[in-house]
Design a protein around this ligand. Structure first.
Ligand SMILES: [Zn+2]
Length: 78
């Protein structure tokens, strides 16, 4: 009798831990993306999302080519 109860108790604990381990959220809840901040390229003035911009010297550029172009044009200050 006592062994059966012990077995059930252990089984319940194991089941509880198993359930808890499986309860981990695998897929993140669908949080709506915040509105992407649009910024202007310092070289050509085109608008594009902040995350796609290249930042250099506190300025934002639409592409690496424009970053280089702007640096070559405006660089060399003494
Ligand atoms: Zn540009």
């Amino acid at each position: 009798m006592g062994k059966v109860l012990l077995f059930l108790a252990v089984g319940a604990v194991v089941w509880w831990f198993w359930r808890k381990a499986r309860a981990r959220p695998e897929a993140a809840p669908s949080i709506p993306k915040p509105a992407e901040l649009m910024v202007v390229c310092a070289h050509c003035g085109v608008n594009q999302p902040r995350s796609e911009c290249i930042e250099s010297g506190g300025r934002l550029y639409c592409s690496d080519a424009h970053r280089l172009a702007a640096e070559q044009a405006g660089g060399g200050r003494d």
